[in-house]
Design a binder for this molecule. Structure first.
Ligand code: IVH
Length: 736
C-alpha cells in the first residue's frame, strides 16, 4: 500500500468508525456487529501504526467513545473512566502477558478473569457510605448525571454496610437489562403495535438516557459492579479483594471471578467462562483479564485510553448452519434494492432466525452464495443476523448464481418501476447497487416516513416501520409532512393487523404521535433537512448546512453550495489547462500565454471563493453533495415537499451566527477541552459570529487548544497564531 492509498483509507476508516461510535454511544442504535466494528477499528489502528505520519490525536483510535446526551448535568469523574483494549485471538492475549512480564520484570503474574458485561458503563459515588451520584462514562473525563434513573434499580443498596466503608469511593460497573425484562418490554410493544427493541444492550443504553424517571422504573434495569475508581482512603489492594469487598457491601457483583496464576491458567478460565456465560442474566460478550494486584496495576500504568494491566478477550459471535431457501428483495428509503436471505429457521444465540441480511449483490457474488446452499449465519446479540459464507462443496446440483436484476424481472418488486445500477458510497456502505428510480414508490415513501419519525430525525415516537408502511399503503401519507394532515381519530383507529385479526394503533399511541409531531415543528433546520432524506445529505452535512443557512428558502438558493460547486469546477479547469502539466504541454507560445493568464484568473477566483463564501466551510461538503442538495430542492419532489411545509406553516430555522465577539474571526479547535464537547465549542463560536476551520493558517485568528493537542498547536506556535484555552475562550464569550 502506498502512503497516499493509506491516507485515503485512514480517512475513510476514521469517518466510518466515528459514524459507528456516534450510533453506538450516543444513539444506542448500532448498525453493525461489535465484531465488524472491532475489525474496522483494528484496520485503522494497524494503518496508523504502519504510517505514523498520518497519526492524529483526534483519531477515534485515540479516544474513548462519548455517550453524553442532551438534558443531563455533566459531572467530572474523580478518576478517569477508561476503555479496554480488546482482542479476539489467543496469540494477542499471550502477547499481552509477555508485555507485562517485561514491563514489571517478573513472570509470576497473577490474574483475575471475569465476565465482560455487555451493558453500559456507570460510576457510582458513595460519600460516607451513602449513594451520592451515578454518572455515565461520557468521554471518560466527564459523564452524564443519571442518578435519578439509577435509583430506580431496586436491588442497588443506597448505603454501604458491613464495615471498611471509605469516606468517598467511585465504584464502577455496568447497567444492563435482563433477557427476561427485555422480552417483557418487547411483548408489550408488540401488543401495542410498536417497533420492537433490537437487543437488551441498546435498550438499556437508551433507557438510562431517558428523562422520564417513571418510564425508566417501568423498564426495570439491573446493575452489576466490578471496578474501582477514586477511593479515599484505600480499603482494598487487589481485584480479588475488591470483589470480596463489593460482595460484603451487598452490592450486586459478577457471578464468578477466576484466579489465574499465569496466562495459561487465564486462557483456561476464558474457556470455562465461555461454557457458562449463556446462563448469566446479562449478556457476556467476552472475558476481562486483569492483573490482580493494585500495586502492579499502578506500575503497569495506562495509555491514553486503556490500562496496560487489563485486556478484554472477546468471544466470536455465535454462528449456525442452515439452508438458504430463497433470496427476496427489499426496497429501502433511497430505493436501493437489498437482498434478504430466507432461511430454514434455526436456533441461534437464543432466538429463532429465519431471515438474514445479504448486504448487496456484489457481496453475494464474492461469497459465492446460491439459493439452495448450506450457509453459515452469525448473530451477535444485536443488529440483523448476517450470512457469513456458503459451503460450495455441499452445493445441490443446479444451484445457479444469483442475478438480482433477473430475480426481480428488471423492475422494482414493489412499484414495478424502472431500476438502474448506481454507485453507493456513504458512511455505511460502498459498492454498486440496484436502485428503484421512482421517488413515489411505496417502499421509498414508507422508508422515508419511518426515517422522518426516527429518533435521529424528528423523534416522532410511535411511528415505526409498521405504522409508516400502513399509512403509506392507505395513501394517508405520500410525503412525510403529510403525517401532519392525518387526524388523531384516523391514527387511533389505524388497523395494523388484518381484517380477521385486527390490531388497532389506539388512542393513547395516536395522542403521543400528535404531541410529538407538534413538538417537532420547532426543531431546527438541521434536523428537518436530515429528516427529509435529501439524497447524499447525512447527519453531518445537514448539521453543517443548517448552521450556515437561515431557512429552506435560503438553502434552495444557497450561495454557499454554488460556491462549492464553482470552486470544484474551477479547480478541475485549472488542472486541465495548467501550462506546466507534463502530459499536456502548451502547443506554442501563444497557447502558453493564454493558459498562463487563464490559470492565474482561476487561481484568483478560487482564492476569492475560499476567503469569501467558503471561509470556514468544512471540507466534507464536496461538490457532489452540494449539487445533490441543490438539484433536489429544484426537482419536482423537492419543491412539492417545501410547498407542503409552507402550507403547514413549518419554517425551520437555521442556527446561523449573529454578530458577536468572534464576528470575522476564524477559530481552529484541537485536543480535548476540559468541559466543553467539541460540538458545543463549535456551536458557541458560530453563535458568536465566528467560523471554525479544520486547519491552521495565517488567517486563523485563534487556536482553541485542549489536552493532548497535536500538530495544530505546533503550527499555531510556528505561525504566531494566538492560542487560547477553554477558560480564556469562555471569558471572551462572556465579554471579558
Ligand atoms: S474493567 C480501566 N471489567 O467494557 C478499565 N470493564 O470495553 C475498566 N466492561 O468501559 C474496565 N465488563 O464499561 C471492566 N468486568 C469488566 C467489564 C468491563 C464490561 C466494560 C466497561 C469498559 C468496557 C471496555
Amino acid at each position: 500500500m502506498t502512503p497516499s492509498e493509506a491516507k485515503k483509507r485512514i480517512t475513510a476508516l476514521r469517518a466510518q468508525v466515528a459514524h459507528h461510535d456516534e450510533l453506538y454511544y450516543r444513539h444506542a442504535q448500532p448498525e453493525i456487529t461489535d465484531f465488524a466494528y472491532d475489525g474496522l477499528k483494528r484496520e485503522l489502528a494497524d494503518l496508523e501504526a504502519r504510517f505514523p505520519q498520518f497519526a492524529s490525536a483526534e483519531s477515534p483510535t485515540q479516544r474513548v467513545g462519548d455517550d453524553r446526551a442532551q438534558g443531563f448535568v455533566q459531572v467530572a469523574h474523580r478518576q478517569r473512566m477508561l476503555s479496554l483494549d480488546n482482542t479476539y485471538n489467543e496469540t494477542e492475549l499471550r502477547a499481552f502477558h509477555t508485555r507485562l512480564t517485561k514491563l514489571l520484570g517478573r513472570d509470576d503474574l497473577h490474574y483475575t478473569v471475569e465476565p465482560k458485561i455487555d451493558g453500559l458503563a456507570v460510576s457510582l459515588t458513595y460519600e460516607q457510605g451513602r449513594l451520592a451520584r451515578a454518572v455515565t462514562r461520557g468521554d471518560g473525563e466527564k459523564g452524564d448525571d443519571v442518578t435519578a434513573n439509577v435509583l430506580t434499580i431496586a436491588a442497588l443498596p443506597r448505603e454501604l454496610k458491613g464495615g471498611r466503608v471509605p469516606d468517598s469511593v467511585e465504584i464502577r460497573g455496568e447497567i444492563y437489562l435482563t433477557a427476561a425484562q427485555f422480552e417483557r418490554l418487547n411483548a408489550e410493544r408488540a401488543a401495542a403495535g410498536e417497533e420492537l427493541y433490537a437487543n437488551p444492550r441498546n435498550t438499556a443504553a437508551g433507557t438510562i438516557k431517558q428523562l422520564d424517571t417513571a418510564e425508566v422504573a417501568r423498564r426495570k434495569l439491573s446493575i452489576v459492579l466490578y471496578g474501582l475508581g477514586h477511593c479515599e482512603p484505600a480499603v482494598v489492594r487487589s481485584q480479588t479483594g475488591l470483589h470480596a469487598q463489593l460482595r460484603a457491601w451487598k452490592l450486586p457483583v459478577v457471578e464468578r471471578i477466576w484466579q489465574a496464576q499465569g496466562i495459561d491458567a487465564a486462557w483456561a478460565a476464558i474457556g470455562e467462562l465461555d461454557q457458562l456465560r449463556r446462563s448469566f442474566a446479562y449478556g457476556t460478550d467476552g472475558a476481562v483479564v486483569k492483573l490482580d494486584d493494585f500495586d502492579q496495576q499502578r506500575e503497569a500504568e495506562t495509555t491514553a485510553k486503556a490500562p496496560r494491566w487489563a485486556i478484554a478477550y472477546k468471544y466470536k459471535p455465535d454462528t449456525a448452519r442452515t439452508r438458504l431457501n430463497a433470496i427476496t428483495i427489499q426496497v429501502g428509503k433511497t430505493g436501493i434494492l437489498s437482498p434478504v436471505a430466507e432461511l430454514e429457521p434455526v436456533l441461534l444465540a437464543g432466538s429463532t432466525i429465519a431471515r438474514a441480511t445479504l448486504h448487496n449483490e456484489d457481496e453475494i457474488r464474492r461469497k459465492d452464495i446460491r439459493v439452495g446452499d448450506l450457509v453459515e449465519i452469525e448473530k451477535a446479540g444485536e443488529v440483523i443476523p448476517a450470512v457469513l459464507r456458503s459451503f460450495p462443496e455441499e452445493r445441490p446440483r443446479g444451484a445457479k448464481e444469483f442475478d438480482l436484476s433477473a430475480a426481480v424481472g428488471g423492475k422494482c418488486p414493489v412499484c414495478g418501476g424502472k431500476i438502474a445500477r448506481v454507485e453507493v458510497a456513504d458512511e455505511e456502505e460502498q459498492g454498486v447497487a440496484w436502485k428503484c428510480q421512482n421517488y413515489d414508490c411505496r417502499a421509498q415513501r414508507a422508508g422515508r416516513l419511518g426515517f422522518f419519525c426516527s429518533r435521529r430525525a424528528l423523534a416522532i415516537d410511535g411511528v415505526g416501520g409498521v405504522v409508516a408502511a400502513k399509512l403509506v399503503e392507505l395513501d394517508l401519507v405520500k410525503d412525510p409532512p403529510d403525517l401532519y394532515d392525518v387526524p388523531l381519530e384516523t391514527l387511533a383507529t389505524l388497523n395494523l393487523g388484518t381484517a380477521e385479526e385486527p390490531r388497532v394503533f389506539g388512542e393513547k399511541n395516536a395522542t403521543k404521535v400528535v404531541a410529538a409531531r407538534e413538538a417537532a415543528r420547532s426543531l431546527p433546520l438541521e434536523k428537518w433537512l436530515y429528516a427529509l432524506s435529501v439524497p447524499d445529505v447525512g447527519e453531518t452535512t445537514a448539521r453543517a448546512l443548517g448552521r450556515r443557512h437561515r431557512n429552506f428558502a435560503e438553502l434552495t438558493e444557497s450561495v454557499l453550495l454554488r460556491a462549492v460547486i464553482r470552486k470544484a469546477e474551477a479547480d478541475a479547469e485549472r488542472t486541465r489547462i495548467n501550462p506546466r502539466a507534463r502530459n499536456n504541454p502548451p502547443k506554442d507560445e501563444a497557447d502558453r500565454a493564454r493558459r498562463e493568464k487563464l490559470h492565474a484568473e482561476l487561481s484568483a477566483e478560487i482564492a476569492a471563493l475560499d476567503a469569501g463564501p467558503l471561509a470556514g466551510m468544512p471540507a466534507d461538503i464536496g461538490p457532489v453533495v452540494a449539487a445533490s442538495a441543490l438539484d433536489f430542492f429544484a426537482s419536482t419532489p423537492g419543491k412539492r415537499l417545501l410547498a407542503k411545509l409552507r402550507k403547514l406553516g413549518i419554517d425551520p430555522q437555521g442556527t446561523v451566527a449573529t454578530a458577536g465577539v468572534f464576528t470575522g474571526k476564524m477559530l481552529v479547535l484541537t485536543g480535548t477541552l476540559p468541559t466543553l464537547k467539541r460540538e458545543e465549542a463549535e456551536q458557541k463560536i458560530l453563535a458568536a459570529g465566528g467560523k471554525v476551520s479544520g486547519s491552521v493558517s495565517k488567517k486563523t485568528s485563534y487556536v482553541l487548544a485542549g489536552a493532548e493537542a497535536g500538530s495544530k498547536l505546533d503550527k499555531a506556535q510556528e505561525l504566531g497564531v494566538p492560542v487560547i484555552d477553554e477558560a480564556g475562550f469562555l471569558k471572551m464569550l462572556a465579554g471579558g
